[in-house]
Design a protein around this ligand. Structure first.
Ligand SMILES: Nc1ncnc2c1ncn2[C@@H]1O[C@H](COP(=O)(O)OP(=O)(O)OP(=O)(O)O)[C@@H](O)[C@H]1O
Ligand SMILES: [Mg+2]
Length: 330
C-alpha cells in the first residue's frame, strides 16, 4: 500500500464570521492524482492555500510526509510545488527571465540554474520563445510556463489549482497529457477542478466539496456506483408535464424521481430495463406524452444530482469546452 504523503484533519478556515472551509479531513497517497471537485466558492483555493502554508488554518492539522506544517514549514518548500489558479507570469519579462526569478528563489545558480531553465523551457515547448516577452504568449503558452515554473525545484507533490479553467478544448487535453506524464514520473498530483470530465478522466480519487465540506470521497467508479448499480433512466417530457409525471411514477410504482431541467432522472438499480418499461407503460396509461426515454451508466453528473439534489447542466451559450462545468442550482 502506498504511504499517505498528506494528511489533513478537521481543517477549518473562517473569514470573519464566514466559514469557507468547514471541517475537511482527507489523506492523499503517494503517486496518486487526487482531485478536489466543487463549484465556484466551494472552498477549493482556501484549502489549497492552507495546504501550501499561504494562509493559516483557523483549526485542524496538516501533515506533509508526516510533518506538521505549522511546526515544520520548510517541508512545504522542499517537497511541494504550486500552480496557482491565476497565471502569475510577468508579462514584461521574457520566458527565460520568468523562470530565472523562480530558480533563484530556490537557491539555484550557475550551471544548475541554466540547466533547470533549459529543461523547463523544453518541457513547456517554449525553447523557441525563450527571449520573447511572456505578455505576448497565448493563454495556453502562459499556462505551460506557469506549470514548469512550479516544477523547477523538482517537488515530490505538485498542487494545481484549476489547471485548465479558461483553456480551450485542445489546450485542456494537452494539459491533461502533461499532468499524466508528470504523475507517471513519480510525482503525486493534487488538483482542483470544476470540470466533471476532468475529474473523471484524470483523477484516481476525488473529494467532492461544497460549502467547505466533503460531500463524497472515493474513486470515480465508487462515486458512480453510489448512484446506481445499474443504469440511470432519463425521461424527457414537456416542461408542464414534469411534476405530474413524477407524481404518477411515485404513486403507481413507488419510485422517486429527480427533476433535471426538462427531464426526470431515476437511479434504477439492477432492474433497470424492467423499471424503464414499467415507467413507459404507466405514463402512457396516464396519457403523459413522453418525448424521449433512455438509459445511461451513471456519470459524475448523476453523482452531483444525488448529492445535492441540484442540477448540473450545460451553461447556456457556452462552448463545448464548458459543457460539463458544474452548475449548481438550489
Ligand atoms: N480572503 C477572503 N476573505 C473573505 N472571504 C473569502 C476570502 N477568500 C475566500 N473567501 C470566500 O470563501 C469561499 C471559498 O472561496 P474559495 O476561493 O476557496 O473557493 P473556490 O472553491 O476556490 O472557488 P473558485 O472555483 O471560484 O476558485 C468563497 O465564498 C469566498 O468568497
Ligand atoms: Mg479557487
Amino acid at each position: 500500500m502506498p504511504n499517505d504523503v498528506i494528511e489533513i484533519k478537521n481543517l477549518v478556515r473562517k473569514f470573519g464570521s464566514f466559514t469557507a472551509v468547514n471541517g475537511i479531513s482527507l489523506s492523499i497517497k503517494e503517486g496518486e492524482i487526487f482531485g478536489i471537485l466543487g463549484p465556484n466558492g466551494a472552498g477549493k483555493t482556501t484549502t489549497i492555500n492552507m495546504l501550501l502554508g499561504l494562509i493559516t488554518p483557523t483549526d485542524g492539522t496538516i501533515k506533509v510526509y508526516g510533518n506538521d506544517i505549522t511546526r515544520h514549514p520548510q517541508v512545504i518548500k522542499e517537497k511541494m510545488g504550486l500552480m496557482t489558479q491565476e497565471t502569475v507570469v510577468d508579462g514584461d519579462l521574457t520566458a527565460e527571465q520568468n523562470l530565472e526569478i523562480f530558480a533563484e528563489l530556490y537557491g539555484m545558480s550557475g550551471i544548475e540554474k541554466k540547466e533547470a531553465i533549459d529543461n523547463a523551457l523544453e518541457e513547456a515547448e517554449l525553447s523557441d520563445f525563450r527571449n520573447a516577452k511572456a505578455g505576448s504568449f497565448s493563454g495556453g503558452m502562459q499556462r505551460r510556463l506557469n506549470l514548469v515554473k512550479s516544477m523547477m525545484h523538482s517537488p515530490k507533490i505538485l498542487v494545481l489549482d484549476e489547471p485548465t479553467t479558461g483553456l480551450d478544448v485542445q489546450n485542456r487535453v494537452s494539459m491533461w497529457g502533461r499532468i499524466r506524464k508528470l504523475n507517471k514520473s513519480g510525482i503525486t498530483i493534487i488538483l482542483t477542478t470544476q470540470y466533471l470530465e476532468e475529474a473523471d478522466s484524470l483523477c484516481n480519487r476525488l473529494a467532492v466539496i461544497d460549502h467547505g465540506q466533503i460531500k463524497a470521497l472515493g474513486t470515480p467508479a465508487e462515486l458512480k456506483k453510489m448512484v446506481s448499480e445499474g443504469n440511470v433512466i432519463d425521461i424527457s417530457l414537456r416542461f408542464e408535464d414534469i411534476e405530474r409525471a413524477s407524481k404518477v411514477i411515485k404513486q403507481k410504482l413507488g419510485i422517486e424521481c429527480k427533476t433535471v431541467a426538462d427531464r426526470i432522472s431515476i437511479a434504477a438499480g439492477k432492474e433497470d430495463v424492467k423499471t424503464l418499461s414499467s415507467i413507459i407503460s404507466v405514463l402512457e396509461k396516464e396519457k403523459v406524452p413522453i418525448i424521449a426515454a433512455s438509459m445511461h451508466l451513471p456519470t459524475l453528473d448523476d453523482v452531483f444530482i444525488k448529492l445535492t439534489g441540484g442540477t448540473i447542466r450545460d451553461e447556456l451559450g457556452e462552448q463545448q469546452s464548458n459543457a460539463s462545468k458544474i452548475m449548481w442550482r438550489r
